[in-house]
Ligand binder design. Structure first.
Ligand SMILES: CC(C)(COP(=O)(O)OP(=O)(O)OC[C@H]1O[C@@H](n2cnc3c(N)ncnc32)[C@H](O)[C@@H]1OP(=O)(O)O)[C@@H](O)C(=O)NCCC(=O)NCCS
Length: 192
C-alpha cells in the first residue's frame, strides 16, 4: 500500500501515517468498533469494574452510544467486552478530541489496548481534522498517564499539563485533582 504525504504541515505539527501508529497489532480474535445503544448496559458494568473511574448512569452510556459513537470506541474479544473509550469534540474546537473515560477490563490490561483504542479513534476518517487530544488524569493514575505519554510518543507530539478541575470544584464530593493533559499538535496522514 502506498502512502500519501500531505503538504502544508504547520511548522510545529508532527505528522504520523495512519498505518504507522506504533501500536501493538490486535489479538487475532480482537475487535474494535463504535458502540451501539445495545452496548450501554455492558459498558456501565465495565466502568463499574474499573475504579477510580466515576460510574455514570446507564442513561449516560446510552447517550454516548446513540449520539457520540463517532468519537467513542468499544473493544473486545469474541463475545467479551474488554475496553471502552468515551470522547467528544468540544463545541467550537473542531481540532480537539477530548477523551472522557478510558476503561480496560482487568483481564485485558498490559497489552496497550487503551493506546490502540486511541489510535483507532484517530484513524477514523471523520476525525482526520483532529490535531490535539485532551484528557484529564489524576496525578496518582500512573497507568493512565502511561497510556497518554505513550500516545504522545507515538505521535511525536508534545504533552503539556495544566490546571483544569481542582478538587475544590467538586463541591462536597471528595474527588482528586483532574489536571488537563494536552497532546499536540499532530496530524495523522492518510494512507492511500
Ligand atoms: C488506565 C488503563 C485504561 C490502561 O489500560 P491498558 O491498556 O492496560 O494500558 P497498559 O497496560 O498498556 O499501560 C499503559 C502504560 O502504562 C504503564 N503502566 C501500566 N500500569 C502501570 C502502573 N501501575 N504504574 C506505572 N505504569 C503503569 C504500562 O507499562 C504502559 O506503558 P508502556 O506503553 O510504555 O509499556 C487501565 O489500567 C484501566 O482501565 N484502569 C482503570 C480505569 C482508569 O484508571 N482509567 C483511566 C482514567 S483517566
Amino acid at each position: 500500500m502506498s502512502e500519501c504525504v500531505e503538504t502544508s504541515l504547520a511548522e510545529t505539527e508532527t505528522a504520523v501515517f495512519r498505518s504507522q501508529d506504533g501500536s501493538h497489532p490486535p489479538d487475532a480474535s480482537g475487535w474494535m468498533r463504535p458502540p451501539l445503544k445495545t452496548d450501554a448496559a455492558a459498558i456501565h458494568r465495565l466502568i463499574a469494574d474499573c475504579p477510580p473511574l466515576d460510574l455514570n448512569s446507564v442513561y449516560t452510556y446510552l447517550l454516548l452510544s446513540e449520539h457520540f459513537s463517532g468519537t467513542c470506541v468499544l473493544a473486545g474479544s469474541g463475545d467479551a467486552i474488554e475496553g471502552f473509550i468515551s470522547g467528544y469534540v468540544p463545541p467550537g474546537r473542531p481540532d480537539v478530541l477530548f477523551v472522557w473515560q478510558v476503561a480496560v477490563d482487568a483481564r485485558a490490561r498490559g497489552k496497550r489496548l487503551a493506546r490502540r483504542m486511541l489510535h483507532a479513534l484517530l484513524r477514523r476518517p471523520a476525525l482526520s481534522g483532529i490535531r490535539y487530544v485532551e484528557t484529564t488524569v489524576g496525578p496518582a493514575n500512573l497507568a493512565s498517564r502511561g497510556v497518554f505519554a505513550g500516545l504522545a510518543q507515538d505521535l511525536g507530539a508534545p504533552l503539556r499539563e495544566q490546571i483544569l478541575f481542582p478538587p475544590c470544584l467538586f463541591g462536597a464530593q471528595h474527588h482528586e485533582d483532574e489536571p488537563l493533559l494536552r497532546i499536540g499538535p499532530f496530524r495523522i496522514l492518510k494512507a492511500c
